[in-house]
Structure formats: structure tokens, C-alpha cells
Design a protein. Structure first.
Length: 270
């Protein structure tokens, strides 16, 4: 510490002054008995001052010892902090090394995944083509779901591996449609207008609809195309009505007679 402690400065000044005065006091104390009383009183005061100076000197020494101990403690703390700083610097350097290595691995994986892009695009095209030829049940939504995956892939919003997983999820959706049957809400164009109707779907094989005003119809397949047909026969309408009622009652087991919407099979044996 460059600045002196105020107490040390005061004690040092008093000690210097006392040294001078003590010399005079020693001379006075050694004076003969004939020395005046006032002089002896001064000598006694100087003796007391000498005792005070010794006390102050002891306090100075104690203060110096305390300051030395404090400085040693500060030095140890500084050394500990410097050691901690070095440790943190080593840790940061190690983390930076790991980050660099991780970035290299990610770049290598990304480069390898880029080879999947042609495969994913081909799979998406084939899936959209297959959807276009299947039962027209929410066909637009199903195709848009596939197209959305490709758009995000091309915009680099998702990785090729993620895109591949999503395309496969769309394939599973199509397989689930093939297995499941039930009642759904669907939009069909009837009399030139878009209407929300109730449909009974049998997998992706056949689909029947019923409007709110009690009209019935079906989707009829011809080759690779589907045609929407209104049912006018009372018998056929009753058959479809029973199918709707069975689905509403959760009856999935039994024999149901419904109008055939499949194309006729030609050739082969009876």
C-alpha cells in the first residue's frame, strides 16, 4: 500500500517529538536536588510522556503486523483468483474446440442428407399421384399436406431426414384411410354449389353421401377416375340410409347391402 495509515503517521510524528523531549527529560531528571520545583514537575511530565510513547510504539508494531497479515491474505486471494481465471480459460478453450468439432459433424451430416433430396421429391410426386387416383375424400387436403413437406424442405425450414419422416407419415395416413371406415363431414359440389354433407366412407373403396335435405348419392369408380352420382332408386337410398344408421349406432359387424360403386370386372372365370 503506497499511502501511509493516518494512525501510523501520527504515531511516528509523536515518537520523533518524544525522542527529543525524552533527551531533555533525562537531563532534567539527573539534575541536582537544588533544581527548581517547576523543572522537576516538567521532568515528571516528560517521564509520563515517555511511557505514552512506548505504548504508542507498541500499537504501531501491532498495526504493522496486522497490515502485513492482511496484505498476505490479499496476495493469497489474488493468487487463487488468477488460478481460477486460468482454469476458466482452459474450460472455454475446450468448449470452443467441442463446438467446432460439433459444427463439422453437423455439416457432414447435412451434406450426406442432401443426397436424400431427389429421393424425397420422387416419393412425394408418386404419393400425390396415388392420392389423385384414390377415392376423392379430402383429396385436396391430403395433397396439400404432401406439398407442404416439399415446400419446407426446399426452403430449408426442415432437414431432408425430417422431410423423409414426414412423407412417411403421410404414407401411413393413406394406409390408415384404407383400413378405417366411418362417418365424416365432407364438402361436395352439388347442383353447382359447394355443400357440407355427411359421408359414409368404406376405406378407400366406396363412399356414400347424404345431404341435409335428405338426398343420397355415391362415388362411382370408372377406371382411374371417380364420378359423383345421385341415387334416385328408393331401394338404393334405403340401403345407404341403413348404412348411415349402423355407423351412427357404432354397428360395425354384420351384412350390409349397398349400391356397388366399383367398376365391373371383365374377363377371367366365373
Amino acid at each position: 500500500m503506497s499511502a501511509k495509515h493516518p494512525l501510523i503517521s501520527r504515531l511516528a510524528a509523536a515518537f520523533a517529538l518524544s525522542a527529543v523531549v525524552l533527551g531533555a527529560a533525562h537531563t532534567l531528571l539527573a539534575a541536582p536536588a537544588s533544581t527548581p520545583r517547576s523543572t522537576r514537575s516538567l521532568a515528571a511530565a516528560l517521564a509520563r510522556l515517555r511511557t505514552d510513547v512506548e505504548t504508542l510504539s507498541s500499537q504501531i508494531q501491532t498495526k504493522r503486523t496486522d497490515m502485513k497479515t492482511e496484505l498476505q491474505s490479499v496476495a493469497r486471494q489474488k493468487s487463487d483468483l488468477e488460478l481460477q481465471v486460468k482454469r476458466e480459460q482452459l474450460r472455454i478453450a475446450e468448449l470452443r474446440k467441442k463446438i467446432t468439432e460439433h459444427k463439422k459433424r453437423v455439416a457432414a451430416i447435412a451434406k450426406a442428407q442432401q443426397a436424400l433430396n431427389p429421393v424425397i421429391h420422387k416419393a412425394a410426386r408418386e404419393l400425390k399421384y396415388a392420392i389423385a387416383k384414390t377415392l376423392p375424400f379430402k383429396r385436396v387436403e391430403r395433397q396439400q399436406a404432401v406439398a407442404s413437406v416439399i415446400q419446407k424442405l426446399d426452403a430449408k425450414m426442415i432437414s431432408p431426414l425430417d422431410a423423409l419422416g414426414r412423407i412417411w407419415a403421410r404414407v401411413e395416413d393413406e394406409l390408415r384411410l384404407l383400413r378405417e371406415s366411418g362417418l365424416y363431414q365432407h364438402v361436395l359440389r352439388i347442383d353447382g354449389k359447394e355443400r357440407l354433407v355427411e359421408v359414409a366412407r368404406l376405406g378407400t373403396v366406396m363412399m356414400y353421401y347424404r345431404t341435409k335435405d335428405g338426398r343420397y348419392g355415391m362415388m362411382r369408380r370408372s377406371g382411374q377416375t371417380w364420378t359423383q352420382v345421385d341415387l334416385t332408386s328408393r331401394k338404393k337410398k334405403e340401403q345407404v340410409a341403413k348404412l348411415f344408421d349402423a355407423f351412427k349406432k357404432q354397428l360395425r359387424v354384420g351384412l350390409f347391402r349397398v349400391p356397388n360403386g366399383l367398376p365391373k370386372v371383365t374377363g377371367g372365370t366365373k
